[in-house]
Design a protein around this ligand. Structure first.
Ligand code: ADP
Ligand code: ZN
Length: 728
């Protein structure tokens, strides 16, 4: 025995629950543990998994008062940079470290050894008794391929019991289906691209940052269709050449079948994927393949930031301005900002790509904190779409209709030329409000301060905040009037009706996440649109992002004013970005694109910026306003939402909390105010907004305040949102 082997150790183990603290456990003799290892530990009356955060020598005399680690789990360890990242995110967002850890452990179901899937192969003798079902199975399985039971029963149109019967007879023989590799190695030399001079300069700039292998942030700004994706692929190629991994974050990863195909054309294989649509087993394998370094490139949703990369060499944040990067429940983090943090911790370059960057990133670039690469032109000199307005005051749609006569005419002409039209309306369902013509009754959600949205396709009234669903009654529930209920305002379903009336012959597709079939269906539909199979596409923001529809030449924005009227300080920026994106879908193929914005206020600065194409001016003015108001990125904001099952306790707590706030110079505590959405899921909500200068240590300030302030009792909860993106 060596001199050191009988040293006793203590480990501090962080568990994936909403606690900040790591707890100490004794390490049983003979168990080799290091920081980062995943372990099983007793935790209250139960056992839980956790991660060793720190390891130290036990004081002489041992640690007999501590419980012991039960076992080391069979899961990849969390390397030091990932642990630092978790600590950092927890500190920044004021979340318990355990809650952040939970996001990093969501992948594997630790210690459930990978269930081997059993398939069947036709090798045995024919069964004694042949039924039509059995015959179909045998016909389908002929050729001796290995099928999963499910696949074979689907193929033959029989129940799984028929398959089981044939296994009993020895006709089908069970056999393990070995999991394929999670991702083939992408080949940086698989294909090459000819770049324009402008693109090449950006490629060189990005490749250079990856070559240095140091942390840096580059804003890659290029108009829609300028080739940003092709350009950042070269940065990925450089990371691959160095034997490193690349993470590509995307806001709507589940819908980016087109992106995966493009990746395959460049690298010979698809990247690994990480999003909510990836099933349990595949998640586990992806997790392990990243930890071992086997998987090289992953395209993922924001949660991919917390994966255990073996050697991260590059992070790309595509459409960096997207709101979807902000997580609005649990740990309130912004994936773009945290990508920059992870990049710094891993010494990896970060690339932020967008046609319409956030003001935050623009300012960081202008101040020299970020590098700035520009692609001012569309690929192959294709012109930007021409953007015009339709003034709804003078060119009003017919009663109960939402398309102005001029838009309808332009749609007809576009289709005559064999080109596609996209109608954009960011409103799901049939109508945002239903009311009784007789007594004025409006349908409101019983749990939230919001109107119920009619969904004709589902024959229901739905709340978009809590998911409450009720049947649409035939009579008014308040006055019992018959046939008195009217839909107010348009949703995409109602728009589809109007389009079908105006163009009964047209092939129309409504793209909506509310249709059955989920992500798979949407992916197929988007491919069909790209292939030119539809003439008119109607959609919400699902259709606006990133897709390449070469036959699309006219974009009609049904309500360009939607979004401009909210009290959100980013309303103008958001609307500008959204409309720039959606109009940017037009004219990416061989025909010139046009976009028409229906608006009541054609002189609004956002509409003017879009029409003139002078986005510089818009950014300049918007940035100046932010600076004047001390709003991000020139100042810092935190929102506190105080909620309770009843209104009074929520309000009282919010007031008490406000009273205990210290307001040093330059710090403003605004509120409490009842939230615009005063009730969500039956919880009454009050908001406080803290506004400070940029250099101010907002986190310490909040931590001290909360520690000093009144403790929430009963069902009162205080949730803190640093850099809030939503203000409802
Ligand atoms: P962005 O991401 O800036 O909107 P994309 O990368 O999607 O632009 O490019 C728009 C279209 O032009 C895509 O079909 C893309 O494949 C094509 N493209 C861009 N640059 C090149 C290039 N250098 N060579 C070939 N095709 C390109
Ligand atoms: Zn609701």
């Amino acid at each position: 025995m060596s001199l050191f082997s009988d040293k006793a150790f203590i480990v501090d183990v962080l568990t994936p629950v909403a606690l900040d603290q790591a707890y100490s456990y004794a390490v049983p003799a003979g168990m080799a543990l290091e920081a980062g290892d995943v372990v099983h530990v007793p935790f209250g009356p139960r056992e839980t998994i956790g991660v060793v955060w720190e390891k130290r020598e036990a004081p002489s005399g041992g640690a007999s008062n501590l419980k012991s680690v039960r076992a080391k789990a069979d899961a990849p360890a969390l390397a030091e940079p990932l642990r630092s990242f978790i600590d950092w995110v927890a500190r920044y967002t004021l979340s318990p470290r355990g809650s952040v850890l939970r996001m990093a452990l969501r992948g594997p179901e630790v210690d459930r050894p990978e269930r081997v899937q059993i398939g069947v192969r036709l090798t045995g003798p024919l069964p004694k008794r042949l039924t039509p079902g059995r015959e179909r199975v045998i016909a389908a399985a002929e050729g001796g391929l290995l099928y999963s039971k499910r696949a074979l029963s689907d193929l033959a149109g029989v129940g799984v019991s028929v398959i089981d019967g044939l296994i009993d007879e020895g006709t089908l023989v069970p056999e393990a289906i070995l999991p394929g590799s999670i991702a083939e190695r992408p080949d940086p030399a698989f294909a090459t691209n000819l770049f324009s001079d402008g693109q090449q300069a950006a490629v060189d700039g990005l490749v250079e940052t990856v070559k240095t292998g140091e942390f840096s942030v580059t804003l890659l700004e290029g108009v829609t269709g300028s080739g940003k994706t092709e350009v950042y692929f070269e940065a990925v190629a450089e990371a691959l050449r160095q034997g490193k991994q690349a993470l590509i974050l995307m806001p709507e990863i589940a819908l980016t079948g087109q992106f995966l195909d493009r990746f395959e054309r460049r690298f010979g294989t698809r990247p690994a994927e990480w999003h909510s649509g990836v099933s349990g087993r595949k998640r586990e394998r992806t997790f392990a393949a990243l930890a071992s370094g086997d998987a090289r490139v992953i395209a993922g949703a924001r949660s991919a930031l917390f994966l255990p990369y073996a050697q991260l060499g590059l992070i790309i944040v595509d459409e960096e301005h997207e709101n979807a990067y902000k997580q609005e429940d649990g740990v309130h983090y912004h994936a773009r900002d945290m990508a920059v943090v992870r990049g710094r911790i891993e010494s990896a370059p970060v690339v932020l790509a967008s046609a319409t960057p956030s003001i935050e990133s623009r300012v960081n670039a202008a101040k020299g904190r970020y590098k700035h690469l520009l692609l001012p032109e569309r690929h192959r000199g294709r012109p930007m779409p021409e953007i015009g307005t339709i003034d709804l005051k003078s060119d009003a749609p017919a009663r109960g209709k939402f398309l102005a006569p001029r838009l309808v005419r332009e749609m007809a002409e576009t289709m005559e030329r064999g080109e596609q039209v996209l109608l954009y309306l960011n409103r799901r369902g049939y109508a945002p409000l239903t009311l009784c013509r007789h007594c004025g009754h409006r349908f409101q959600c019983p749990n939230c301060t919001s109107w119920l949205v009619e969904h004709r396709f589902r024959r229901a009234l739905m709340c978009h905040h809590c998911g409450h669903v009720e049947r649409r009654p035939d009579n008014c529930p308040a006055c019992q009037a018959v046939d008195s209920l009217t839909a107010c305002g348009p949703g995409v379903e109602r728009l589809s009706e109007e389009v079908a009336e105006a163009f009964p012959q047209a092939r129309v597709l409504m793209l909506s996440s509310d249709m059955p079939g989920g992500t798979e269906r949407l992916r197929r539909e988007i491919e069909a649109v790209a292939a030119g199979e539809f003439q008119i596409i109607i959609g919400t923001q699902l259709v606006a992002k990133g897709h390449h529809f070469p036959y699309l030449s006219l974009v009609g924005v049904v309500d360009a004013d939607l979004g401009l009227t909210s009290g959100d300080p980013r309303a103008a920026e958001r609307t500008f970005q959204m409309l720039q994106q959606v109009t940017g879908r037009a004219g990416r193929g061989d025909t010139k694109g046009r976009a028409l914005l229906q608006t009541y206020d054609p002189t609004h600065p956002v509409i003017q910026a879009l029409v003139s194409g002078d986005s510089e001016r818009f950014y300049r003015e918007e940035t100046a306003q932010r600076e004047k108001a001390g709003l991000p990125p020139f100042g810092r904001l935190a929102a506190l939402v105080i909620s309770a099952n009843d209104r009074q306790p929520a309000e009282n707590h919010a007031r008490m909390l406000t009273r205990t706030a210290e307001a040093p110079q330059d710090v403003q505590v605004l509120g409490p105010a009842e939230a615009p959405l005063a009730v969500i899921r039956g919880r009454h909500r009050f908001r406080l907004l803290v506004k400070t200068p940029r250099e101010f240590d907002l986190q310490s300030y909040l931590r001290h305040w909360i520690a000093r302030g009144p403790k929430p009792t009963g069902n009162i909860r205080v949730s803190i949102d640093i850099d809030p993106q939503s203000f409802y």
